[in-house]
Design a protein around this ligand. Structure first.
Ligand code: BES
Ligand code: ZN
Length: 627
């Protein structure tokens, strides 16, 4: 049993019995349960940053940012140094207070974590300033040439989660450390700069922009984008940033932003970040969405489907509570960010589109969880199926599996089923309020749950139930089973088609993207080339603009060697950088020698269009070494 698990049971034990005075004195407090962050060199128990003033110059020519980061710090009087995380940064000068230049020390580089920057402190040190330059290969930054964007103008965006902020700002890069910030950013004329902060809505002819973030955030939520961008207001507190060529489509897809926000507020309390805007990025963005506070970053691949793909926006919005407001203390507690967010996302979708709709999403989660859990176990990664992860020594991005998202979701759904929706909602509202702008780890959460959900409502739950979910392998038998009428009817349609051979019996006229995805998952292995041809004639899958449908279709096309789709597939792979689509398609291609050659030849062209997050994983998958 892990030490933390043991500690958890001791605490629960102590809390649940009648305490005498002596025991009270020795009681383990939640503070004792704070664990260290394996992915940051900083030592927050000695000195922490509390505020950042960032003064930066963004240069598209050299693909570098030249900047000064000045931090207000908090420390014990006797603390003799503060440690920041850096990766690939050229540190030029460090000083304390106004101009007290000091010798700093950079440790040797760790491949995943980068380098610790040690800055000596004296008793009166109130601020530290670091003058530095980023590398053109900084992992968080993607510099796009004019040809790689919709508007034919260069573009820069950052992706800081999980531990990449340190590649563009020397910082205490831990989700347990929060700070407020201000920034002055200079960019080339004609560009707009926006951040995870209060933002300008128009291009300034001087190229100088000022930002303020009043709410304290952890480093992984630092974000910047620069390009030829426009703003379109969609409601009182909501709007869209996009390149002019993308705006019309973006407005159509995202016109309901304000009602998403209001629905979320009704569920779990006031939105604490004032403004909620969405930036639609060029297609190389490596994720579907990223919950940068006040400014969610989103892939343009959600624009070309039906409106059902906006559940992704509901997800990123939900992070404004779970994740951004109440933050996982370390990446081992990632399920506290993502599991809660999936639960919240489905509740928003249920409010807006009905139970039937939300059950489709839950059914997809169920399938993904079942498959990924089985794969992890088969590959000997049993411990990666625990909700509480152990990512020490590894890149925390490996924790981005269905476990944190979907096992986390089903655990919370089970808690809802046990306690009843009313009590569970009241509990979550209180949780978001009490832990607002703080971090929490799994053990602290379990104690809070025990006291405030079960204790308060006098519900008795066997402790084993929690340990099975949080510290146990795979999928516990207590998992709630979602049921979708709409998916059931898709299954019947597929059967009818296969029985009659008549494609018109599919009745797919009203299918949403999710029903099409379920349709693909239902197709039997025995399907032949000829079937694909019939499907393609009927639904035009090869020419679909819906990235979710396309990626499932390409997987099928590769399996059946359906060459008619290969041209479109190449086009898709060269132009889309979203890792979730790329990994399975390349993964399927390399299964056969002839397809592997196709994969490598496409990858050679496409790699330059991908963000580090995507090519880092693809290089490994394809055994690719650049020459
Ligand atoms: N915060 C994540 C993205 C992330 C996770 C980036 C870990 C880096 C490390 C974001 O909220 C997310 O989960 N995005 C999903 C979409 C969602 C609908 C499941 C994605 O990008 O696919
Ligand atoms: Zn998320």
């Amino acid at each position: 049993m892990r030490k933390t698990t043991l500690l958890f049971f001791i605490v629960i034990g102590l809390l649940s019995c009648n305490e005498n005075k002596e025991m009270k004195k020795n009681r383990i407090t939640t503070n004792d349960l704070m664990q260290k962050d394996d992915h940051s060199f900083s030592k927050p128990q000695e000195a922490v940053i509390t505020h950042l003033e960032w003064d930066a110059n963004v240069d598209f020519e050299t693909k570098t940012i030249v900047a000064v980061a000045k931090f207000d710090i908090r420390k014990y009087p006797s603390t003799s140094e503060i440690i920041l995380d850096t990766k690939n940064l050229q540190i030029e000068k460090v000083w304390r207070n106004q101009n007290d230049t000091v010798d700093f020390f950079l440790n040797k580089a760790d491949e995943v974590l980068g380098q610790a920057l040690h800055i000596p402190l004296s008793e009166d040190s109130k601020t530290i300033s670091i003058q530095y330059k980023t590398s053109p290969n900084a992992e968080a930054l993607q510099w796009l040439s004019a040809q790689q964007t919709a508007g034919n103008a260069p573009f820069l965006f950052t992706q800081s989660q999980a531990i990449l902020c340190r590649s563009w700002i020397p910082i205490q890069d831990s989700p347990a450390i929060r700070f407020t910030y201000e920034a002055e950013v200079k960019v080339a004329e004609g560009n707009l700069a926006i951040m995870s902060a209060e933002n300008p809505q128009e291009i300034d002819s001087t190229g100088n922009y000022s930002f303020k973030m009043r709410q304290p955030i952890p480093a992984y939520l630092m974000a910047l984008a620069v390009g030829n961008l426009e703003f379109h207001k969609t409601g009182k507190q909501t709007g869209i940033y996009a390149e002019p060529a993308t705006m019309a489509k973006a407005v159509t897809a995202l016109e309901d932003l304000q009602s998403f926000l209001e629905t979320a507020e009704k569920l779990y309390g006031k939105y604490r970040w004032e403004q909620f805007d969405v930036l639609v990025l060029p297609p190389s963005f490596p994720f579907g969405g990223m919950e940068n506070p006040r400014l969610t970053f989103a892939t343009p691949t959600i624009l070309s489907g039906d409106k059902s793909l906006v559940s992704l926006i509901a997800h990123e919005l939900a992070h404004s509570w779970s994740g951004n407001l109440v933050t996982n203390a370390s990446w081992n507690d990632f399920w506290l960010n993502e599991g809660f967010t999936v639960y919240f996302e489905y509740r928003i979708m249920e409010e807006m589109y009905g139970k039937d709709y939300a059950e489709m999403l839950a059914s997809i989660s169920f399938k993904e969880l079942t498959e990924e859990s089985r794969e992890l176990i088969e590959n000997g990664n049993v411990k990666d199926t625990h909700l509480k992860l152990d990512l020490e020594g590894r890149n925390p991005d490996v924790g981005m599996t269905s476990i944190a998202y979907d096992k986390g979701y089903f655990f919370l759904r089970l808690l809802e089923e046990i306690s009843g929706r009313e009590a569970f909602d009241a509990f979550l509202q209180q949780y978001f309020k009490e832990y607002a702008f703080r971090s929490i780890n799994t053990e602290q959460f379990l104690i809070y749950l025990e006291q405030n959900l079960f204790g308060k409502n006098e519900i008795v739950v066997p402790k084993k139930l929690f340990s099975d979910w949080v510290y146990g392998a795979g999928i516990p038998t207590s998992i709630p089973k979602p049921y979708s009428n709409r998916f059931k009817s898709v299954e019947e349609s597929v059967q009818r088609w296969l029985d009659t051979g008549n494609i018109d019996t599919l009745n797919a006229e009203d299918w949403s993207t999710h029903e099409f995805l379920h349709f693909f998952h239902q197709l039997p292995d025995s399907l032949e080339y000829n079937h694909l041809s019939i499907l393609d004639d009927k639904f035009d899958f090869t020419d679909s603009e819906n990235a979710e449908i396309l990626s499932e279709w390409f997987l099928l096309a590769i399996k059946k060697d359906y060459r008619r789709a290969f041209g479109a597939m190449e086009n898709f792979l060269v132009n889309t950088g979203r890792k979730k689509f790329l990994m399975p398609i390349y993964g399927e291609l390399i299964k056969r020698e002839t397809h592997k050659r196709v994969a490598l030849s496409i990858y050679r062209k496409a790699r330059q269009n991908y963000h580090f997050v995507s090519y880092n994983s693809l290089d490994k998958l394809l055994n690719y070494t650049s020459d």
